[in-house]
Design a protein around this ligand. Structure first.
Ligand code: MLT
Length: 253
């Protein structure tokens, strides 16, 4: 519980803590296939961010700062002092907000299919459009939004995984989804936070990412002095390129 509202997390293993943060319309369950391996040599913590999975809603807007404070609350409960964060997409935005607010606790950062840049005008308009569609039909919005996350080539290769994501996202409340869309829309540009951060930092990008342009992300990685890891597939590297991602995550620090 956090602010009298459920905030779900799990922790497995001992050693240097690794926090895994899911993206928009996802939950901590995306990390289930990775936990056993990664927790062989360290503590692995997963969290359902506000409005997602089994966690409740904390307001009309779930800003990246609010989500980072929720992460801090779990770490305090677990008495964890320093963490490496891996954030998928929106989870990456939250990881950067965490790094900015709680720098001394941040031991390493991995932006997975994510970017430090804020929304441009077009993306902001798309957030408003998404809220309208969602209010009309949650079902069609979720179907469309999740199908769009996977590279066109891979859509037919992972039908079960996509079905599972859609089914889970349908269980999230409309208010929780809208709160995240509003939070992402108002998030600030954290390029300088990432540039100034001098711990180990990585950007992992899908070559065929349909949400974030691969070349733009490559330029951002260069500009912010991040180690850049390109992976085949699209926005959902944890599904589309599980084995490469697992290898990478196993050997971070
Ligand atoms: C995500 O996967 O978390 C979202 O696509 C991120 C975004 O919409 O900016």
């Amino acid at each position: 519980m956090y602010k009298n509202t459920p905030l779900f997390y799990s922790s497995k293993g001992t050693g240097n803590p690794l926090v895994l943060l899911h993206g928009f319309l996802e939950s901590s369950s995306i990390w289930d296939p990775f936990i056993d391996k990664l927790s062989e040599k360290r503590q692995v913590i997963t969290i359902d961010l506000p409005g997602h999975g089994k966690s409740g809603n904390f307001g009309e807007t779930h800003s990246m700062d609010l989500m980072a404070e929720a992460v801090l609350n779990i770490l305090q409960k677990l008495e964890v002092k320093e963490v490496t964060l891996v954030g998928h997409s929106m989870g990456g935005y939250v990881s950067l907000a965490f790094c900015k607010k709680f720098l001394i606790m941040t031991k390493g950062l991995v932006l997975l299919n994510s970017t430090p840049e804020s929304d441009n005008e077009e993306r902001r308009k798309n957030r408003d459009r998404a809220i309208k569609i969602l209010r009309k039909s949650k079902n069609s919005y979720i179907n469309m939004a999740i199908s769009n996350l996977v590279s066109v080539k891979n859509r037919e290769l992972f039908p079960e995984e996509l079905e599972k994501l859609k089914k889970e996202a349908l269980s999230f409340s409309e208010e929780g989804i809208i709160a995240a869309l509003k939070g992402m829309k108002i998030r600030t540009d954290e390029t300088s936070t990432l540039t100034l951060y001098n711990g180990p930092k990585y950007i992992v990008a899908g070559v065929n990412d349909s949400i974030l342009n691969f070349s733009d992300v490559e330029i951002v990685a260069d500009k912010t002095n991040c180690i850049f890891l390109p992976l085949s597939g699209g926005h959902l590297s944890f599904i589309e390129n599980k084995s490469e991602l697992e290898k990478f995550m196993y050997f971070i620090d």
